[in-house]
Design a protein around this ligand. Structure first.
Ligand code: CMP
Length: 224
């Protein structure tokens, strides 16, 4: 079975047989770059696990501005809030790159939660981690400046999409500068200025839809 799937919160605690059975009950969904999987406010009836590619979760303000809550990669799951707290989708899910996902109907997930406490624990762990991240992001919006938040976003993206390269860690985020700004929660101009400053200091190198982190220590200190 695919490594991304085996590491997903739904699957991590299952034995091979149970994992294979669950995999068989899920359907494959393929989306192309920019395609919307569901919108904030829609009725929700499925959870998704990313197998290949990247998906962004975003919210739109009444004036049309957008904010990104997260960019998810292989092994990560979304779409469970509308199950645990019945109500509309809390965010819009859009493919950042061509992606393959597996979907599972909420009605098929519920018996797993009651019959297999280890699955429930895996999901609780994910929700708890997300709450920690959200608390931190909220504190950063209040206490940290934009360059600090940019440094943190780059380090965070590197954990999911980073790979060692000759002179640093190449983070293939596939985000436009606008999307990066939406993730940081600042204007594109301010975020670009921070990135240009990091380039000037030799901490990063910008490439098309990716960034190479050259000086992790400095970036970490800036992110604190
Ligand atoms: P749901 O509300 O069904 O649809 C949108 C999904 O986005 C939601 O379930 C969660 O799975 C996911 N989501 C919402 N908020 C966050 C967040 N702060 N970080 C990561 N994922 C989130």
């Amino acid at each position: 079975m695919d490594d991304a799937l085996r590491s997903a919160p739904l699957f991590r605690e299952l034995d091979d047989e149970a994992a294979a059975a669950l995999r068989d009950s899920m359907d494959e969904v393929r989306v192309t770059r920019g395609q919307v999987l569901f919108r904030e406010g829609d009725a929700g009836d499925r959870v998704y696990v990313v197998i290949e590619g990247k998906v962004k979760l975003g919210r739109t303000a009444p004036d049309g501005r957008e904010n990104l809550l997260a960019v998810l990669g292989p092994g990560q799951m979304f779409g469970e809030l509308s199950l645990f707290d019945p109500g509309p989708r809390s965010a819009t899910a859009t493919a950042v790159t061509d992606s393959m996902l597996l979907g599972l109907g909420h009605e098929d997930l519920l018996p797993l939660l009651t019959g297999r406490p280890e699955v429930a624990r895996g999901l609780l762990l994910q929700i708890a981690q997300r709450l920690r991240r959200s608390n931190e992001a909220m504190a950063d919006l209040v206490f940290a400046d934009v360059p600090g938040r940019v440094a943190k976003a780059l380090l965070d993206l590197s954990q999911r999409f980073g790979a060692a390269s000759r002179d640093g860690i190449r983070v293939s985020h596939d985000l436009t500068q606008e999307e990066l700004a939406q993730l940081v929660g600042a204007s594109r101009e301010t975020v670009n200025k921070a990135l240009a400053d990091f380039v000037h200091r030799g901490w990063i190198r910008l490439e098309q839809r990716s960034v190479v982190l050259l000086d992790l220590d400095r970036l970490r200190r800036r992110a604190r």
